[in-house]
Design a protein around this ligand. Structure first.
Ligand code: NAP
Length: 303
């Protein structure tokens, strides 16, 4: 029997990734869920989080799969109740929220893991190792997908705090901040907001050191989740959301463990070693884009 874990927010990502990763691992036992509507067959379910915390002191770890805006209150309650907490990405609606959670977790002596699932993708560590001693001349992110396909009717992504196209774009930022051997610094950005929405549907960024990026949620047909890094020793491509690594067009070996199994293995290590893992750099770049970016208004968007 693995460590008891409770999954909160039984929606798209919980069902697609968290439940399979937890149930396939010997490290974990899915001991309860909390959701207003969602359940997992065969697992005790609660609709009220406070009730679950009160009734199940035998569950030391809580994994929060809610959208970012409602997530803080759940994380704060879980930490106050002495539970270790795993946060889906982005780790909060604001940076200050996550700073507060870090302090609360440190004070309580529990583990806090701000996960970045794309950073756990198979090609990321091989690409990081190859780039570590290279002279990088430029890097470009091309992250273009169809929001109707990947976020069907999820209006929260277009509401304040939902981040818009930065919800997938932050995945690219979690990869590029891991693989580049220097820190990025935003110089310019342009954000396109649908006339009827709170968050952008497309963005272009230019960072120092010839690092640039394009995010777009209006991409029909082939989807792109690619990062290209030019170096004086050749071109590195991290393709398909971090699952493929190519040097000068030749496929390279990657790791074997998938994103969510790797995240749950890392959470197990953090709990066992009484440590936390909170890297806010991807979110800092999103905040900088909203702070510095020029806003333009584009066509209204409906799902
Ligand atoms: P979702 O299906 O829209 O929401 C997840 C669940 O959260 C919902 O089923 C809902 O459960 C609960 N919830 C939503 N709003 C709530 C509120 N105001 N108060 C309390 N509970 C609420 O979203 P998702 O796609 O799974 O995304 C959740 C998180 O995972 C996001 O941060 C997202 O960026 C991240 N993520 C998503 C994907 C993806 O492909 N969709 C991939 C990787 C990461 P109940 O209504 O049953 O309570």
């Amino acid at each position: 029997m693995g460590t008891n874990i409770c999954l909160v927010g039984i929606g798209k990502i919980a069902v697609d990734q968290h439940v399979p990763a937890i149930t396939a691992s010997d490290d974990w036992t899915l001991a309860a869920t909390v959701s207003r509507a969602g359940i997992v067959d065969g697992v005790p379910s609660f609709t009220d989080f406070d009730q679950m915390l009160a009734d199940r002191p035998d569950i030391p770890v809580i994994s929060l799969c809610l959208p970012p805006v409602p997530r803080f209150d759940y994380a704060a309650k879980a930490i106050a109740a002495g539970r270790h907490v795993m946060l889906e990405k982005p780790p909060g609606a604001t940076l200050a929220e996550v700073h507060a959670l870090q302090q609360m977790a440190a004070d309580k002596g529990v583990s806090l893991f701000a996960t970045w699932h794309s950073r756990a993708a198979k090609a990321v560590q091989p690409a990081k190792a190859w780039l570590a001693d290279k002279t990088i001349t430029s890097a470009h992110i091309n992250w273009k997908e169809d929001v109707r396909k990947w976020h069907p009717n999820q209006d929260w992504v277009f509401e304040a705090g939902g981040m818009g196209v930065f919800d997938p774009g932050i995945n690219a930022l979690s990869i590029i901040t891991e693989i580049l051997p220097f820190e990025m610094r935003l110089k310019h950005a342009t954000l396109e907001f649908p006339s009827n929405r709170d968050t952008p549907i497309a963005a272009k960024m230019q960072w120092a050191d010839n690092v640039s990026g394009e995010f777009d949620w209006r991409q029909t047909g082939p989807q792109s989740w690619d990062i290209t890094v030019e170096t004086t020793a050749g071109t590195a491509e991290i393709k398909d959301g971090g699952t493929r690594f190519l040097i000068d067009g030749a496929e390279q070996d990657t790791g074997e463990i998938g994103e969510y199994p790797a995240l749950y293995a890392q959470m197990n290590n953090l709990v066992k070693s009484n440590a936390s893992d909170v890297d806010l750099r991807p979110m800092v770049h999103v905040a900088d884009a909203f702070t510095l970016g020029k806003r333009t208004v584009t066509d209204a968007f409906e799902f």
